[in-house]
Design a protein around this ligand. Structure first.
Ligand SMILES: Nc1ncnc2c1ncn2[C@@H]1O[C@H](COP(=O)(O)OP(=O)(O)OP(=O)(O)O)[C@@H](O)[C@H]1O
Length: 275
């Protein structure tokens, strides 16, 4: 088994360079989510198109993380529907979403600190591993071939993210920016079609942010991975997003290009009012 392409959407002949934005691949429609008396999301609808970088922004508590958690099946809204590639998605768990090509990273780094960067990235392949423990005992050769192919694939991610020098380093010893890059690598290891990034630049210095922006755009350009990201840094949002959805108090305030959203009076009022 040879190493597969880095994204399931990437064909062998796929050219590099910004891919044209395609059809709607994910649609959330009239989503409402409550926690007891707290209305985290109220009647939210928007579409995600193939290959785009979509940012979800909004003041603290606006419902951004809740929205990502609905998309990846961690929360199940009381109302509304999620359509994935035109089909209504019924209740599913995060690992089902991962199998269906939707991966995510978290606001706080959730890596195995004592394990190397490479081994952490390998854990991202778990959903793709076919051989069970029994297979491994019965068909050792086949399981070993599979393991080699997965390892090769992870090495390619390591090259792509320029982290060769730290591939054997326990991630707990790495600076924050590199840990976030390893986390991105682990999410990419699952070959997602849609990648959900929860504040990928939080806590980074300017240089680390610039690097992360470059990697996000490179992954999007080279492999066509659709990105949905939550970000607080408006400069970053305006620079890298094709489209922006603005939430405030769990409601959608605006949805448009960075330019449209920036000049929307409701958005300006929410941000000025919130800070
Ligand atoms: N598991 C939960 N239980 C109870 N309330 C929750 C839960 N998750 C979120 N909330 C509430 O839902 C609302 C939206 O929270 P959410 O974390 O989605 O906002 P956010 O925009 O991501 O905020 P931040 O920018 O601060 O991360 C908040 O009032 C929050 O307290």
């Amino acid at each position: 088994m040879s190493a597969p392409p880095l994204s399931s959407t990437a064909s062998a002949a796929a050219p590099s360079g910004k891919r044209p934005i395609g059809d709607v691949i994910l649609s959330v429609q009239n989503i409402s989510l409550r926690f007891g008396g707290v209305r985290a999301l109220t009647n939210i609808s928007f579409d995600v198109r193939q290959h785009e970088v979509l940012a979800i922004i909004g003041p603290n508590g606006a419902g951004k993380s809740s929205m990502l958690n609905v998309i990846n099946g961690f929360y199940h809204p009381q109302e509304g529907k999620v359509f994935h590639k035109g089909k209504e998605r019924l209740k599913m768990k995060p690992h089902d979403a991962a199998r269906a090509g939707i991966a995510r990273t978290f606001q706080n780094i959730a890596l195995f600190k004592g394990m190397s960067a490479l081994d952490n990235i390998m854990t991202g392949r778990n959903t793709m591993m076919k051989s069970s423990l029994l297979d491994q005992m019965l068909y050792w050769g086949r399981a070993q071939k599979e393991e080699i192919a997965h390892r090769e694939f992870c090495e390619r991610i390591i090259d792509f993210l320029e982290i060769e020098a730290i591939r054997k380093t326990p991630v707990g010893r790495l600076p924050y920016g590199l840990q976030k890059r390893v986390e991105l690598g682990r999410a990419l290891a699952a070959q997602p079609e849609i990648l959900l990034l929860d504040e990928p630049m939080a806590g980074m210095n300017v240089e680390e942010k610039e690097d992360m922006c470059r990697f996000i755009l490179d992954v999007n350009d080279e492999f066509g991975t659709t990105m949905v990201l939550i970000e607080h840094d408006m400069g970053v949002v305006m620079d890298i997003s094709d489209r922006v959805v603005v939430l405030d108090y769990g409601r959608k305030l605006a949805d448009g290009t960075p330019h449209e959203v920036r000049s929307n009076p409701d958005v300006i009022a929410a941000y000025l009012g919130g800070h």
